[in-house]
Design a protein around this ligand. Structure first.
Ligand code: IPD
Ligand code: CA
Ligand code: CA
Length: 255
């Protein structure tokens, strides 16, 4: 397993250099399903690069990737790839985006890697070995009350959906230090893991958005459930992720 983890680290560092080189040099922006869901040529090229690197070493591993979907092979080993999480930021030159690589064995998250190319920050975790930022152990904050917390959330691309996040955003803004909307769910989870914020919630995310970040958060001592406090799995529709202390209180206020 250590060799696979090592390979993941090598791949994400190489992909990061590629993304940074292409930052502000995007050749093509198109729209996926929906009027606001952007994708750039860089998303596609980075994803191709990552998949090629994985399959050249482990041709039998399954890969679930945002731009090319499911590459189903041995169901025991699964890679979850978001080549650029925060594409809208990336496309606008707003420096908050990352590459996210998660890996599971028999559907148990085993390692997670998230790299912000702009700040050169690599968040990583291996199950039962804690979480690191650039090799240094990280842990969640010790904030005990929502009132003293800084939070972060995100909004789905489908802006016409009946259930929106606006009520939650407003209600929790009014009873906390504030709610940020940074635009990259994987990095949002890392910000909870490293104690920069105390909690995060969002709905309608995909497995490639959360696979790596959820393990990083758990290994940093955080708690993750759905909005009802049920066990979270990466296919769940709603995620609430906190330092653990404020978890119950946050759930109480989420619609
Ligand atoms: C998006 C980001 C954003 C979240 C969206 C995601 P993408 O991923 O994580 O923060 O609010 O729901 O889809 O499209 O930039 O990879
Ligand atoms: Ca994403
Ligand atoms: Ca993406």
């Amino acid at each position: 397993m250590d060799n696979i983890f090592k390979l993941g680290k090598k791949i994400i560092e190489e992909a990061s250099i590629f993304v940074l080189k292409n930052y502000n040099k995007i050749r093509k922006i198109s729209y996926k399903k929906g009027a606001f869901n952007l994708v750039t040529n860089v998303d596609q090229e980075v994803e191709d690069f990552i998949i090629k690197k994985i399959t050249s070493k482990y041709p039998n591993h399954s890969i679930i990737a945002e731009e090319t979907g499911s590459h189903k092979k041995d169901p025991k080993y699964k890679w979850f790839i978001d080549p650029i999480d925060g594409t809208t930021n990336f496309a606008h030159g707003y420096p908050f985006f990352c590459i996210s690589i998660g890996f599971s064995v028999n559907d148990e998250l085993t390692f997670g890697l998230i790299k912000n190319p702009v700040t050169n920050e690599l968040y990583s975790a291996f199950i039962k070995r804690g979480a690191q930022l650039n090799g240094k152990q990280i842990s969640v904050s010790k904030t005990k009350k929502l009132h003293d917390s800084l939070l972060v959330t995100g909004f789905p691309y489908d802006k016409k959906a009946k259930i929106s996040n606006f009520n939650n955003f407003k209600n929790i803004t009014l009873i906390s230090h504030g709610v940020r909307r940074d635009g990259a769910a994987a990095l949002d989870l890392c910000y909870v893991a490293s104690g920069r914020v105390d909690g995060f919630w969002e709905m309608k995310l995909s497995p490639w958005d959360v696979a790596a970040g959820v393990l990083i958060l758990q290994e940093a001592g955080g708690k993750v459930t759905d909005y009802n406090g049920n066990k979270f799995d990466i296919f769940s529709n709603k995620i609430a992720a906190t330092n653990g202390f404020i978890h119950k209180e946050l759930l109480k206020h989420l619609e």
